[in-house]
Design a protein. Structure first.
Lengths: 186, 342
């Protein structure tokens, strides 16, 4: 079968628009070649390898021993916060936060078998990479206080930037909850 | 553009010669002289037609305007969808320059950040949290080659960007807690520190000639954009308007920066003339992110998210017209535009 399709006559408006090629959106994804005057086309999309996610980050990864559960439950019962909050674009530790960190320091001394992971987070405002750095600064600021108690070697710091908000809203109340450092014992 | 007159016409013919092979014939004719400005004829496999259309668009663009078009290039970006139970799915996708023909090249339950095409268009560097922390990976989307992970340097590793020669990558590392820009040579594995300030330095990228880098820093107490001349080591602040400017990229001619600029509480895309310091805000949404120039510098692509829909848009620099390339349910993030085909 012979098909002849006339293409559109286009004006010089090309400078500000893309060609729309609706008709060929469902072309096969098999490899292609052009035996042409010019060797230009190698749209070999079949070789895209969709790599599956292997190995995930999750809280379940942490050892979930009874010791850990009991110890941290006790600390929580005492009303000690496991999350510290921060101001916009700031990693300053205020007096109340310092008091909380000191309670965690004492807890770590009482439970030498436990290690601590400090997870730093930012709100969604600003750029992702900057927020990744900012989240780490917040976690490092907490670690610095704990460091005064010689706990450095038992503390891991990690930043998730703005990627793992606690509250997925777009207002000050959500942002305030998302600018945080979480204490995760393991 | 008030009086648009037709100055040229494109006449095309597509002829099916076998099940999967087509002959393509294209002519661009000057309406006044009636002479062809461009003419080409060749055979194409069915699956290559879309690519050919973009290639021809570039040829026509060049014949009419004398500069290269950006049609036969590719995008990379990240999508995020909710899978229920608080679980999310992150996908690294590549697509044609018009956002059609999307292909997922990496899928994860943890965040993916900062995809960036290598200058030869064969590799994409990006940040993945798949091992529980931010690490830089290099993937080969068109080859059967294993994804490569850059060595672990302690702390965060993020914000990768290629040197124009493709031989090294600059990125943000936080060895010793201090977030600075480092260059990592992929072959001889040499690490060179490019910034030393105690503040946050991140989001670095090269000028097209490789002589300068632009990066985000809070060294002044505010988040602003800086340029480092690599030959002299001199670092100069580039942005002075507004209290938050970040994630800048050089235009292909090196004269301008596209960046994220805060206006009151909104984050918008702006264009900065480096020499005159003139800053023009190009968009008007709440949270626009990740501007990136088209390879010919004529347009800037960016992402914005409205409710449960992520939108990839481009804004033309001369006409300042914005149009949507694609909208997807969930989120779309961090578009990156490949260079010209080699």
């Amino acid at each position: 079968m012979l098909k002849i399709i006339s293409l559109v006559a286009a004006t010089v408006l090309l400078s500000s628009c893309f060609t729309s090629e609706e008709h060929d959106q469902k072309v096969s994804t098999k490899s292609s070649t052009v035996d042409a005057e010019e060797n230009i086309v190698k749209a070999d999309y079949s070789r895209f390898e969709s790599q599956q996610y292997d190995g995930s980050y999750s809280r379940e990864d942490a050892p979930n021993s009874a010791v850990l559960q009991n110890a941290t439950a006790e600390l929580k019962d005492e009303g000690v916060e496991f999350v510290l909050y921060f101001s916009y674009d700031d990693s300053e530790i205020d007096e109340a936060a310092t008091q909380t960190i000191i309670k965690h320091a004492n807890f770590m001394r009482d439970n030498p078998e436990l290690n601590l992971r400090l997870e730093g987070h930012a709100d969604e405002r600003g750029t992702r990479e900057y927020n990744l750095a900012l989240g780490e600064n917040r976690a490092l600021a907490v670690k610095e206080v704990l460091g005064l108690y010689d706990l450095d070697s038992r503390i891991a710091v990690i930043s998730f930037g703005e990627e793992m908000p606690l509250v997925r809203n777009h207002d000050e109340s959500a942002w305030g909850k998302n600018r945080r450092v979480e204490f995760v014992y393991q | 553009m008030a009086h648009q007159k037709i100055e040229a016409i494109v006449i095309g013919k597509l002829e099916q010669v076998s099940r999967n092979i087509f002959n393509v014939e294209v002519e661009l004719i000057d309406v006044y002289t009636r002479k062809p400005l461009y003419a080409k004829k060749f055979a194409v496999h069915n699956s290559g037609i879309r690519r050919i259309a973009h290639y021809l668009s570039d040829q026509i663009y060049f014949a009419l305007l004398g500069s290269k078009g950006s049609f036969d290039t590719r995008l990379a970006y990240v999508t995020v969808t909710n899978k229920g139970n608080g679980k999310r799915e992150y996908r690294l996708e590549v697509a044609d320059s018009d956002a059609q023909n999307p292909q997922t090249i990496f899928k994860a339950a943890s965040p993916i950040l900062s995809p960036t095409w290598s200058p030869d268009q064969n590799k994409i560097a990006y940040v993945s949290f798949k091992n529980g922390r931010s690490e830089v990976f290099i993937q080969y989307p068109f080859m059967r080659r294993k994804t490569q992970k850059l060595p672990y340097f302690d702390g965060i590793a993020s914000a990768p960007a290629w040197h124009p020669n493709g031989k090294s990558i600059i990125m943000t590392l936080s060895k010793n807690g201090n977030k600075d820009i480092y260059s990592y040579h992929l072959k001889d594995k040499r690490l060179t520190r490019l910034t030393t300030d105690i503040g946050i330095d991140t989001e670095a990228s090269y000028s097209a000639d490789g002589k300068r880098i632009v990066f985000t820093s809070n060294r002044s107490g505010q988040v602003q954009v800086y340029i480092k001349q690599l030959s002299t080591g001199v670092i100069k602040r580039a942005t002075f308007e507004g209290s938050y400017n970040a994630k800048a990229v050089f235009s292909p001619d090196g004269k301008s920066l596209a960046l994220v600029h805060r206006v009151d509480k909104d984050y918008r895309i702006a264009l900065l003339d480096i020499a005159t310091k003139d800053l023009i805000v190009l968009t008007d949404n709440k949270l626009d992110e990740s501007p990136f120039f088209s390879p010919n510098g004529g347009m800037i692509i960016f992402a914005s998210n409205k409710g449960d829909t992520g939108v990839l848009s481009v804004v033309s620099i001369l006409g300042r017209q914005t149009f949507e390339l694609a909208s997807k349910s969930g989120e779309v993030r961090e578009p990156n535009w490949s260079q010209y085909s080699q």
